[in-house]
Design a protein around this ligand. Sequence first.
Ligand SMILES: Cc1cc2nc3c(=O)[nH]c(=O)nc-3n(C[C@H](O)[C@H](O)[C@H](O)COP(=O)(O)OP(=O)(O)OC[C@H]3O[C@@H](n4cnc5c(N)ncnc54)[C@H](O)[C@@H]3O)c2cc1C
Length: 413
Amino acid sequence: MASASAPRVIVAGGSLAGLFVGTLLRRAGMQVTILERSNADLAARGAGIVVHDTLFAALDDAGVDRGHTANIASSGRQVFDREGAIVARRGMEQFFTAWGTVYRLLRRAFPSTEYHLGRTVTATRADGKRLIVETGDGECLAADWLVAADGSRSALRAGIPGTAAPRYAGYVAWRGLVLESDLDDACRAVLGSRMSFALPAGEHMLCYLVAGPDDDLRPGHRWYNWVWYRGADAAVELPRLTTGRDGKRYTDGIPPQLIAPNAVAAMRAATSSRLPPVFREVVAATPQPFLQVVSDSMTARMVHGRVILLGDAAFTARPHVGLGVSKAAGDAHTLMAALAANDTAAALARWEDARIRFGSAAVAWGQRLGAYIGATDHDAAGRALAAYYAQPETVMEQVATAHPEHFLHAGVD
Ligand SMILES: Cc1cc2nc3c(=O)[nH]c(=O)nc-3n(C[C@H](O)[C@H](O)[C@H](O)COP(=O)(O)OP(=O)(O)OC[C@H]3O[C@@H](n4cnc5c(N)ncnc54)[C@H](O)[C@@H]3O)c2cc1C
């Protein structure tokens, strides 16, 4: 239990970055309240994620029993051509989990009395040495720090110098979860527990096993998580895809059930000319595909007065790096040490510097990995980069790897 004189922290955003930072700062003795804009529990969100050591380290120091978090082991990777032949293979042990598994663990570890759904942070203002945090329902809360964990479309970072709106990458990710039992035996045998890829011209698809509904690990009850990256020009195709069946444009993410049926039908139809048979079946058996607009976002500052940005609100790297959750965990874990330091200002400055370097490298690496997707207007250097990142060996070696540190700094200059 935090003492009444302990620093008071309000966290805007109750997704993974918010929950990591909330749980860790509470563990360090601070008084923490999380305000989440969404009215509904977020557990059903997200799909599969790659597990890195950073994630475990943060869970351990947050006092969270990680139990069977890394619940699916993959022994290697394979790339199919359009006819379904395996054109490349690589051994690579790696662990996956479901986004919802991590969310549920953290929710259980954080007191529900301090986690509030349906509450939006709208503004902050200085009040002497403290901060006043305003909410959409008209409340004003005093705090020592506001941690903005409000995601890649963060409104709270608008007042922070050096931030810019997310930049569209030129392509979208169609995603889905399909139950193993909804695939035929031959398809399951080919996919197995490997991470599988296909690389149609200018596109990229990957698929791997994750725990099923309610973290079910029994064979036959797990999900295959798939992502199909496809170019969509910003002028015509993107607005079409992000306009819902209700006629409204959803620039911040379209709810799956509102995606226009003809957009889903066109995507499903395209599988026959673009994807190997095994992936055609995976897409066909997926009841409700969802759509993610891929973008990059960066910031020059993560600390501004008493407002601290982290997670996707600070840096959003493309999903190919498979780092979003681990980066959020790493931001939160290292922030815990900085805020608990005797010289908080100096420790925060060092934290900001280190996390900006990490976030910038992650964004740059994601841009490289996605260089061959969508865009057709590359210059010669861009074409060479795209050709390199379209090679099966490069894709298998680098996409969402178990050891991103090998590529984060060395590979981006
Ligand atoms: C196709 C795909 C594959 C991915 N694969 C991986 C992977 O393999 N590994 C991985 O680590 N990551 C992966 N990610 C990314 C990962 O899901 C996120 O990076 C991670 O969850 C960190 O997000 P966050 O908490 O910072 O932001 P978000 O999850 O976006 O949460 C922000 C929260 O803030 C709330 N909010 C917004 N504004 C306010 C406000 N003003 N007040 C209060 N609340 C507010 C929102 O409702 C939301 O719940 C993938 C993403 C995609 C699209």
